[in-house]
Each structure stands twice: as C-alpha cells, then as structure tokens.
Design a protein around this ligand. Structure first.
Ligand code: NAD
Length: 348
C-alpha cells in the first residue's frame, strides 16, 4: 500500500500526524506495512519555492494507491492558488468525480438539534466533484469599476451528472439502502438542472427497489435541520454538496468530525477531512483529529482493508463515548492525546 501524504497547511499538519499514527499502528498489528511518502506541497512550500506542485505532480499522485490530504489554505496566499492547484487540481486531473461524505452522528450528546440522536443522523452525501461552478469558467470585465461584470459559469455535462447519480444508486443497492434523494435548484436553474432531473429519473428507473425522491436544495437544507432522519443517500452537485456537508458536519458535532473521500472507482483516490486549515487553531494541539482519522478508515475500506477500517471506526466511537476528545466536542484532550487514545483502543 503506497500512500502519498500531503499534510498541507494549518491544522492539516496537526490532524495528519494523528491519522499517520493510526495507520502506523494498524500496519504494525496487521503485518502489512503502508509506505507513506510525505509530499511537502503547502503554502510554506509555495512561498519558499514559487511552485504549487511540480510539473509532473498529478502523474506522481497517480502512481500511488491513494492520497491522504490534511487541509490546504493559508492567509499568506490570499488567492489560495496552491490549494486550487493541489486539491481542486487533483480532483480534476485524477478525475475524482465522487465526493463521498458520510454523515453519521456517533453520540447523541454531540447533536446540536433538540431531541435528535444517533438514529436520526446517519446518511451519506454524494457530491459531484469535477464540474459545477468549480471549473473556473468565466471572467471579469471592467474589474474594479462600478461597471464591473463578473461571470462564473456552472458546467453540467450528461457524463458528469450521469456517473455521480448512478454511483449514488449503486452505493444504495450495495449497502441495502432503499432511499436516494436528489437535490437541485431546477425551478430557478432551468437549463443545467433540467439535465439533473432527466438523468435522475432515467437512472432511478434502473433501480426499482429504491425509492427515488427529489427536493429543491433550499428545502433539503431546511429538512436536514428539521428532520435529518428521512435521508439515507443524497446526491447533488458540487456547490450544493459543499454547502450541505458543512450542515452535515454540524449535525455530527462539528466540522472536526467529518470525513470524506474523493474517488474515481478503481483508480487512485484521495481522502481528507471535510474541514479546512482553520489557521487560528494551527499548531496549538487543539484541532479535532477525528475527521482525519475517519478519513483514513474510508481510505482503508477503499483499498480493501475493511476489517482495519471497522477497527478505526469502532475505536473512534469508543473514544467519543468515553469523552476522550478535544474541546470542540466537549472533551479536554489535545490533538495528539486523542490520537494516542485511539491508537491505544485499536491496539487492545
Ligand atoms: N479541503 C480543504 O483543504 C479545505 C476545506 C475548507 C476550507 N479550506 C480552507 O481552509 C481555510 C480556513 O477556512 P474556514 O475557516 O472557512 O474553514 P475551516 O474548516 O478551516 O474552519 C471553520 C470552523 O470550524 C472549526 N474547525 C474546523 N476544523 C476543525 C477541527 N479539526 N477541530 C476543531 N475545530 C475545527 C474552526 O475553528 C472554524 O471555526 C481557508 O483558506 C479555506 O479556503 C480548505
């Protein structure tokens, strides 16, 4: 198992150290040894060298079995050029079209909603990851004047929409789930999202055992707060998926709890916590490493190490149940102590 590790910026470095610790412990216990290659790509590296990633950077990433990323984003790089090249670039260049974001509440006391518990928050979001408004098609005319025109196009292709919608249904079937909800804004975005409507209906017809529903994204945002228990699988576009998975993070107890995979089935894929680099918390041993550690579980599962993945998830659940956590979810441990505790539980 060859894994590229990009710790990145801010708390990305803090949480990646804990994720690496967990991988190391699992490797020792199971007899397989993951080979981790640490890549320095980050704001520091960019500011020092002027290079966001090397010319062969994406090919290099493709030579690994998987890529693990901490977080990217640094106020010293105001346009976040390095983060765009490294993270968005990898999503596009490795064609990681599935953004897989499980939303699972591990302990009812972490839920910010009144009278809701673990039985109400357990669903997955599939966010389209290679199109939408993130493709950077557009431009500014008369920038900086009162006549400025700013255009940011949203790209939806049949291929792009079809493959993510199909993936959501296939995931539901493989995991014995019975509900897939597609969210768009087809009432206002009558061209691009008409494509989502057409494709969703056509794909749903191939999965007769699965109830396919549609909600406008604004209604879905409301229902995520009011009645999250109605969802099993949600599929949506790049921008809406980005936004609603932050709501998902909050439902799990906070952004520090949320894990994700950027996947092209069968190819090198990239795993990262949902949160960003949170610069004010960086280097203070306060960042919650659980989202990063759970992202290693997603990576292990993707690479076929299902037992190890379950071990990590169970250890995290136990640490949370014991309150052995960072302060953002009510504990009093530091980042490194949470990692140590999770490793200790895994070793047992
Ligand atoms: N995938 C990524 O690398 C990614 C994702 C989002 C944002 N970013 C970048 O990160 C930088 C900061 O962005 P932001 O502040 O909007 O989002 P953020 O996710 O870094 O932080 C948002 C809030 O959540 C809290 N938080 C996040 N992760 C946490 C953790 N592990 N433990 C405890 N608390 C945590 C922070 O304190 C902050 O209040 C920006 O440069 C942004 O572009 C990167």
């Amino acid at each position: 198992m060859n894994i590229a590790v990009i710790a990145g910026d801010g708390i990305g470095k803090d949480v990646t150290a804990e994720a690496v610790k967990v991988l190391g412990a699992l490797g020792q216990m199971s007899g397989w040894k993951p080979t981790l290659e640490h890549l320095p790509w980050s704001a520091d590296h960019y500011l020092k060298t002027g290079e966001t990633l090397p010319a062969n950077g994406y090919d290099l990433l493709k030579s690994f079995d998987a890529v693990f990323v901490g977080a990217l984003g640094d106020p010293r790089v105001p346009d976040n050029r390095h983060a765009r090249d490294i993270l968005l670039g990898a999503r596009f260049e490795l064609d990681l079209y599935v953004n897989y974001r499980p939303v699972k509440l591990l302990d009812s006391r972490l839920c910010p909603l009144r009278d809701r518990g673990t039985q109400d928050v357990n669903f997955v979001v599939f966010r389209e990851n290679t199109e939408g408004v993130y493709v950077s098609v557009g431009g500014r005319f008369k920038a900086g004047t009162e006549d400025e025109v700013a255009i940011q196009e949203e790209i939806n292709t049949y291929k792009g929409v079809h493959r993510i919608v199909r993936h959501a249904f296939e995931y539901a079937r493989a995991n014995r789930l019975t509900k897939v909800c597609m969210a768009d804004k087809s009432n206002a975005m009558q061209h691009g999202h008409a494509l989502w409507q057409r494709v969703f209906k056509a794909v749903a017809a191939d999965f007769p055992g699965i109830t396919a529903t549609h909600q406008y994204i604004d209604a879905l945002a409301m229902f995520l707060v009011k009645d999250p228990g109605q969802y099993e699988v949600i599929v949506t576009n790049n921008l809406f998926g980005d936004i609603i998975t932050d709501i998902g993070g909050a439902l799990q107890g906070g952004l520090g709890m949320a894990a994700s995979g950027n996947i092209h089935p069968g190819r090198t894929s990239l795993f990262e916590p949902v949160h960003g680099s949170a610069p004010p918390l960086a280097g203070k041993n306060v960042a919650n490493p659980i989202g990063a550690i759970l992202s290693t579980a997603l990576m292990l599962e993707y690479l076929g190490h299902v037992n190890e993945a379950r071990k990590v998830e169970r250890a995290v659940a136990q640490a949370v149940a014991e309150g052995q956590t960072t302060s953002d979810i009510g504990g009093s441990l530091g980042t490194t102590q949470v990692g140590d505790r999770i490793v200790e539980i895994i070793r047992r």
